[in-house]
Design a protein. Structure first.
Length: 397
């Protein structure tokens, strides 16, 4: 289908956020649900946005080991599912925690989020001086998000969940739009909140025995923190929209603990991946006592990483992780992130350059292998971005 210059101009026109569910109260270990009828797909969505607001008064004693990811940890699971007409069944679009998502997006661009309220002078409620985190907060080591010191913290963070692949070229983004044509009113978003109990291990890290947390509404000594969910509508123009049959992606985080807690040689099997066309794979390594919260991130526990098909066909050489990390620096110009390693099959922003894992023969496996030092409380989170269906029609090969 040939497009006129005007139709090309209308291909990708984001319309700004549209509220889906506002003001859900945050509570320790609580949950929330955005059901299908609440998600308006009459105009296609290019993703979702979470805006999180809370006040935390940390009292009596500084935290012993604060998590470097700070208040991102208060959203411990984002689970987005639905029934897609092309798959003819239920599928998972996202299953990930906010901290891991923020780290992954930071590998592609500087500051892909808002994170405000990271420092405070303490004192009575409202007396703190609050600042936005530095532009390169995700770095080696990860700093600027949380110190765990006593004080009053008015926190606001905002983070997007794109429907298109990470680092997708703009002209290809409409190929992954979420529309009622394919999803009806089946989409739902379930969010689980991290748990915090004063004086113990929790979503924010490890407290001293006397540390206290008092959570209220941001900017207030009363009320509750809130979670707001927005859709991100985008227009493509009638001609392009009628010709487009969007594909969709799945991003699922797999936690691994036991394997990383015992020393292993060069070919230690870390995780078995899905045999689906894969655009990117991420590993985030560190230590934890409360899944998925990291107490630390590490570049020394997993020292080499590789990817194999069938146990012997090499997709990525099992090399020093810093050799792999340099690819991120070269392609995106971002800081290396402590604990995070990326295998990137689409650095040019075109997901058609994915690794065609779906073509692997029956009975073969797709695996990540590496060298594990083995440390106490080690944890890894492995995320595979797979293209379940490619865009068709407008984007036909």
């Amino acid at each position: 289908m040939a497009l006129t210059p005007k139709q090309v101009a209308n291909l990708y026109r984001p319309q700004g956020p549209k509220a889906l569910l506002l003001g859900t109260a945050w509570s320790s270990n609580g949950k929330m649900l955005v059901s299908g009828p609440q998600i308006d797909l009459s105009t296609g969505l290019e993703g979702f946005r979470i805006v999180f607001k809370i006040r935390d008064v940390i009292g009596v004693a500084n935290m012993t080991t604060p998590s470097p990811f700070g208040y991102f940890n208060l959203i411990k699971r984002i689970f987005i599912t639905g029934k897609n007409s092309r798959a003819n069944g239920n599928v998972t679009l996202w299953d990930i925690d906010a901290a891991t998502l923020a780290a992954i997006q930071s590998a592609h661009k500087k500051k892909p989020y808002i994170y405000s309220g990271v420092t405070s002078t303490g004192g009575p409620a409202g007396a703190g001086v609050f600042t936005e985190s530095i532009s390169d907060a995700m770095s080696t080591p990860i700093t600027g998000l949380f110190t765990g010191a006593t004080g009053t913290y008015d926190i606001l963070w905002s983070l997007d969940l794109p429907a298109y692949p990470f680092h997708c070229s703009d002209y290809l983004k409409p190929g992954y739009v979420l529309r009622s044509n394919e999803w009806g009113d089946s989409l739902q978003i379930r969010i689980e909140f991290g748990g915090v109990t004063s004086g113990s291990d929790g979503a924010l890290g490890t407290d001293a025995g006397t540390t206290t947390h008092t959570f209220t509404a941001r900017g207030s000594a009363s009320g509750s923190g809130t979670v707001d969910i927005y859709g991100l509508p985008v227009l493509s123009g009638t001609a392009a929209d009628n010709a487009n049959v969007p594909g969709y992606l799945s991003r699922v985080a797999t936690p691994v603990t036991t394997t990383l807690q015992s020393a292993g040689g060069l070919n230690t099997k870390l995780v078995t991946l899905e045999k689906q066309n894969t655009t990117k794979i991420f590993t985030l390594i560190g230590t934890s006592t409360t899944n998925p919260t990291f107490l630390t991130t590490s570049d020394t526990n997993l020292t080499t990483l590789g990817m194999l098909v069938g146990g012997n066909r090499i997709v990525r050489e099992n090399d020093d992780i810093f050799a792999h990390k340099q690819d991120q620096v070269r392609h995106y110009g971002t800081q290396p992130i402590q604990g995070l390693t990326m295998f990137d099959f689409a650095p040019a922003g075109n997901p058609m350059s994915n690794f065609s894992a779906s073509e692997a023969g029956a009975g073969t496996t797709l695996e990540l292998r590496g060298t594990v030092a083995g440390v106490a409380n080690a944890q890894g989170i492995f995320v595979q971005e797979t293209e379940q269906f490619a865009p068709a029609g407008l984007y036909a090969a």
